[in-house]
Design a protein around this ligand. Sequence first.
Ligand code: B1M
Length: 213
Amino acid sequence: MDEFLKSCAQSIIDGDGDVAETLAKQAVDDGAPLIDVIEKGFAAGIREVGRLWGEGEMFLPELVMGAEAMKRAMAILEPSIAGSGGLKEAAGRVVIGTIEGDIHDIGKTLVATMLSANGFEITDLGADVPAGRFVDEAEEKRADCIAISALLTTTMNGQKKVIEELENRSIRGQVKVMVGGAPCNDEWAKEIGADGYAGDAVAAVALARSLVD
Ligand code: B1M
């Protein structure tokens, strides 16, 4: 399994979408633990790409190729995770998206898929979503929880704007807010008055359950 996970990571580092897709199909066919395949395989690869890029050892086109390869693998893995059913307790309605100015959607989509696989009804607004739109949709869908992803230090402040918008409309008490994404942490969640922070997709499911309960 370790070698297989390394190959998954390497396909992303190489930006080789064909290999990534083949490995993802193999994981599904073999009944491999798909969350591990994503987190310890493909996502480890994209994080390494980010590190290399951050250190100037890779250029933007290679970062984009890595992301494209990752998306091709995820397109194969996500339907199988969603179809796996998972535990169907404590379901609720969640409106999820990546905040305005931020187009990183791989982690957000993984969180949405995991929530859906665990019985939550998901409205996925995509990426680059204005604060007001989160609140509009939450009101319309009568959501229990708004889940806001941010991957950039320059966009994470938008998570706070969603909470301010809920307060402006006097509905902050009616909907829980969870935040996540690489620059976020528990302190940030507290600072902006969110109800919780989750570090990965599995933690996001546990947090959503506890918030909705
Ligand atoms: Co960008 N990028 N990127 N990028 N990118 C980062 C985030 C960065 C850390 C890279 C680096 O410098 N090392 C850096 C941010 C620095 C900072 O703000 N401090 C960065 C930058 C700077 C940029 C650009 C500004 C680059 C440029 O143009 N000069 C630009 C910004 C564009 C924009 O958004 N306006 C940019 C663009 C891109 C691509 C388009 C090339 C591509 C995104 C493709 C896409 O998503 N469609 C991309 C990628 C791929 C990355 C890295 C390499 C990987 C992100 C990823 O998909 N990870 C990233 C480096 C890194 O994260 N180490 C980087 C895999 C994914 C499964 O993990 O998203 O962390 P993650 O999600 C996790 C958890 O965080 C958590 O659960 C997920 C699953 O476990 N989680 C939640 C996420 N959301 C959650 C919500 C929750 C709960 C948990 O509840 C609400």
